[in-house]
Design a protein around this ligand. Sequence first.
Ligand code: C2E
Ligand code: MG
Ligand code: MG
Ligand code: MG
Length: 288
Amino acid sequence: ASKRNGRDRYAVFDPAMYADVLREARVRTELERAVAEEQFFVLYQPIVDMPSGRPTGVEALVRWRHPTDGVLGPDTFIPYAEESGLIVPLGRWVLRQACDQLAEWRRELPSARELHMSVNLSARQFQNPNLVEEVADAVSRSGIEPSCLVLEITETTLMRDSDVVLAALHGLRRLGVRVAVDDFGSGYSSLGYLKRFPVDILKIDRSFVQGEEDADAATLTEAVIGIGRALRLQTVAEGVETSAQWSTLRELGCDLGQGFYFARPSEADVIARLLAGDMPSVALLDAG
Ligand code: C2E
Ligand code: MG
Ligand code: MG
Ligand code: MG
């Protein structure tokens, strides 16, 4: 019996699980330091006008230049940043970077005068009572017009703690910034939410966009574009990777597109060259 107990006890101290706990603790400590030392940088991915393939905006996507592990994508650290609350200072930093960058492009590049900037907000940021104030601050110190800022929030965030989110969205709307529902269709929101929440843009989840061979996915994409049209919301297709997807979406009347086919998330100087026309995107080359 004691042998069995021994084995059971051993199972509790599963080394793999222990390693996970250690790793999590390490990430959390490192993240705190990373926020203090600003070890982050922002990449920008063009969002293009569907008919022409020309960029009308960019989405800011954060990266962590980890001191020993190289460049880390948001999926590896945003969940920890949310859990620990560090997403609040990190998100504020990203927002300021993005607004300042947009101000610079709009000032210096004639082709960027109408450019929009999209920034992701996570659920945890809506619990920050100063959110609206911080957005107002980032906008005013950069000198951009509020209407060229788009804040992206996922369906899941809309559903969670919806009164708090609703109040914040009204505050953001009063500022004049626009709101996009990110990954639309991937969660469980009821369409009623679209009426209740003041949103301007629907970003169609890439699982629909990429399911070309899948008749259901194509039907759902078409349905979402129809909902967007009915509610006078702009539609953006996420994850466009092929020219076939581009033409299908164009025919369906999707307003905007984003994806590796047009351009990958890129450093600000690469985006500036793309905007200046020194470096046409694949889609522009394809369109001739
Ligand atoms: P998201 O907001 O849905 O951003 C789009 C993600 O799809 C980005 O991943 C982008 O690189 C990727 N993507 C774009 N085009 C394609 C494509 O054609 N094919 C494929 N397979 N992927 C494509 P990324 O940069 O790894 O970001 C992942 C998620 O992390 C974002 O999803 C967003 O939810 C979150 N995130 C990124 N930056 C921030 C931030 O500053 N704050 C917060 N709260 N979340 C962020
Ligand atoms: Mg997004
Ligand atoms: Mg998305
Ligand atoms: Mg996503």
